[in-house]
Design a binder for this molecule. Structure first.
Ligand code: TEU
Ligand code: CA
Length: 560
């Protein structure tokens, strides 16, 4: 197993619009991030992932880029970015940018040209087709609901957009498009950034012929994952970007790769051949999808969670490296989803932190997760901001679905749950802005905020600091082999990390009750020391079995 900086790193994801506002316009910005770099350094962060800060009309909050090599006005200037880059490096940290290759904004000059006429030299930079039977070219559904095609009056054709109708997909089959993107990637790497998180990357190859998807239930539009996710031939493109751009730099790359199967791990993240250093897989965060999928939700099963984590933790052993996360800007808050924000907000936040931070892989903490921020329940639809939510709402009502049920599903699954302003202190709007925030702050900011938790010894924030220190001080918690235990236990999740004769046992109660825990016989002969637990008083856990407390987490160092 090759030892390298990005495997030993702890990463932190910033959603700039909601992190810190420096000029009172209610929108987070780059000078705001610079003002919080000391906080991140003290937290023990090594790598910062910044979501898109490029020029954008913000139809999808920056993931609709109109100029890849310029900064969004609301976020600042390229000079601000250069100050941010040097500020991060001066503090011994690194920064990875968000790389959106699958689509651009419809305000990108390439698209403005492309839609201007059928014989424009950039027409083939995007995917245009004639309509069929008076309708769209095929029955593909967009990831944001509704058709994946938009009709364009000017040239009388449709263009493909897997995401919002203002995010036209680039035609990756066009070598000019690929070269433009390679030049852009190298431009940023020459500026000195330390890598990329690569957006929606499993969707850049479309099934030749763009055929209709099977439609047994006669739906208006059909989930078309088989038509545009992980389609054969995608690795030709990925290997090209690696060869022509990434490979020449000492950087970290992590692909957002929903749908990439572990059976293809070597092609995606193999130490030698992999397209990226890591990928974000989605199986564990899709656990609570209901019968109707993403916008429906139901109870999740512990056995399934154990199966998924064991598969990726042991499945990549000797092949590649995991990217660990429970939250990001597209997911509801983990305490609200897997914990108990009402009765055990601290205990469950700390337990979930222990769960993902000590597994094999590079952990990614999402802004606010380190203080246990929770979901927000907005009363009015108009309190929400995310294009995905409005599309979903419109489609549901067009299908005559119940408004109240629709709002219930939005409250649970909304991406805006992760996008409320960062809660820095208990002053107005949590110290995020001196203006009015672009999206309402979670009213619990008076209880849950950084200022308060910096002072509280047993706060979630100080627990994250202890976790990060523990991981950095123990190679076994970085490079150690993962083994899962008590697979059949319905409430307790147990795993160990072993490396060069050193071992740790991590014991987690995922629920608010008091299950009995018995140390697996394999560890009977080991001396066990509690090196971390999420309850301030550390009752002696030496006995071979004990009753766990609600959401209790215990980390044992094992010695022969
Ligand atoms: O998300 C890609 C993606 O697949 C999304 O469908 C994701 O699964 C979904 O949003 C979950 O809610 C990336 C970015 O992370 C997301 O913010 C962008 O909206 C999307 O790409 C388009 O760029
Ligand atoms: Ca601002």
């Amino acid at each position: 197993m090759r030892k390298v900086w990005w495997k030993e790193a702890v990463a932190y994801q910033i959603y700039p619009r909601s992190f810190m506002d420096s000029n009172g316009d209610g929108v987070g910005d780059i000078p705001g991030i610079i003002s919080r770099l000391d906080y991140l350094q003290e937290l023990g962060i090594d790598v910062i992932w910044i979501c898109p800060i490029y020029k954008s009309p913000n139809d999808d909050n920056g993931y609709d880029i109109s100029d890849y090599q310029d900064i969004m006005d609301e976020f600042g200037t390229m000079e601000d970015f250069d100050r941010l880059l040097s500020g991060i490096h001066e503090r011994g940290m690194k920064v990875i940018m968000d790389l959106v290759l699958n689509h651009t904004s419809d305000e990108h000059p390439w698209f403005i040209e492309s839609r201007s006429s059928r014989d424009n030299p950039k027409r083939d930079y995007y995917i245009w087709r004639d309509g069929k039977d008076g309708g769209e070219p095929n029955n593909w559904e967009s990831m944001f609901n509704g058709s994946a095609w938009e009709y364009d009056e000017t040239t009388g054709q449709y263009f493909l957009h897997l995401y919002s109708r203002r995010q036209p997909d680039l035609n990756m089959e066009n070598p000019q498009v690929r070269q433009e993107l390679i030049n852009m990637i190298r431009w940023w790497l020459d500026k000195g950034i330390d890598g990329f998180r690569v957006d929606a990357i499993t969707h850049i190859k479309k099934l030749p012929g763009l055929p209709d998807m099977p439609n047994p239930h006669k739906l208006r539009y059909v989930d078309a994952m088989d038509g545009h996710r992980n389609v054969e031939g995608i690795h030709d493109f990925l290997q090209l970007f690696k060869r022509e751009a990434f490979a020449d730099y000492d950087i970290m790359t992590v692909g957002e790769a929903s749908g990439a199967p572990i059976s293809e791990a070597d092609r995606w993240i193999g130490e030698e051949n992999g397209a990226f250093n890591m990928i974000f897989q989605f199986e564990h965060v899709n656990l609570d999808f209901g019968p109707e999928g993403r916008w429906d939700f139901g109870p999740w099963e512990m056995a399934k969670l154990k199966g998924i984590m064991k598969k990726w933790q042991t499945g990549l052993e000797g092949i590649g490296w995991n990217a660990l996360y429970l939250e990001n800007h597209d997911q509801p808050r983990s305490v609200s989803r897997f914990g108990d924000p009402d009765n055990y907000p601290k205990e469950s936040a700390k337990m979930l932190a222990t769960f993902f931070m000590l597994m094999q892989g590079t952990p990614f903490i999402y802004q606010g997760q380190e203080i246990g921020m929770t979901n927000v329940v907005f009363k009015e639809l108009t309190d929400y901001r995310d294009v995905e939510i409005y599309n979903f709402y419109r489609e549901r009502l067009m299908d005559g679905k119940d408004v109240e049920e629709t709002m219930r599903r939005i409250a649970y699954r909304a991406r805006d749950n992760a996008r409320t302003p960062m809660q820095w202190d208990d002053s107005l709007f949590g110290g995020f802005t001196t203006g009015v925030p672009w999206i309402n702050i979670n009213p619990n900011y008076r209880e849950i905020n950084v200022k308060r938790q910096l002072q509280e010894a047993d706060s979630v924030l100080n627990y994250y600091k202890a976790l990060i220190r523990l991981r950095k001080e123990n190679e076994a918690l970085i490079y150690g082999r993962y083994d899962g235990w008590l697979d059949d236990h319905p409430e307790i999740f147990v795993y160990s990390r072993t490396f060069e004769g050193r071992a740790f046992l991590i014991v987690l109660n995922f629920y608010g009750n008091a299950p009995e825990f018995t140390v697996p016989p394999e560890f009977a002969g080991f001396k066990r020391d509690v090196v971390l637990s999420n309850y301030p008083d550390r009752p002696d856990r030496k006995q071979s079995s004990f009753t766990m407390r609600p959401y209790e987490a215990v980390v044992f160092r094992l010695e022969r």
